[in-house]
Design a protein around this ligand. Structure first.
Ligand code: CA
Ligand code: CA
Length: 95
């Protein structure tokens, strides 16, 4: 697991108050979950550590967006048309 992803998951666990999209999807290639910001892809061997058991399952063949579910502290692929919060990453500048 990359340090970057460990950091992101820990931030989500501590701060996400509700189910939220996190800027990860497999719209381009099924099963290749890709971050919106830098286009890195989650490695297959990491998926069991990150997703809820049995996920990602591409339910009804149309789950291409990823939610963080605070109750489970894990990810789930869901339809992109669900109405949910969206967590964005913002760069901080120090002067
Ligand atoms: Ca999918
Ligand atoms: Ca799913």
């Amino acid at each position: 697991m990359s340090l970057k992803f460990v950091e992101k998951l820990e931030i989500l666990k501590k701060n996400a108050a509700d189910t939220s999209y996190i800027g990860l999807d497999d719209m381009k290639t099924e099963g290749a979950f890709t971050w919106h910001d830098d286009h890195t892809v989650i490695q297959d061997e990491l998926k069991p550590k990150l997703f809820n058991p049995g996920e990602p399952n591409n339910g009804v063949n149309e789950e291409d967006c990823v939610n963080f579910e605070p109750g489970n502290d894990a990810l789930n692929d869901v339809t992109c048309s669900d109405v949910n919060y969206y967590i964005c990453e913002k760069t901080c500048f120090y002067f």
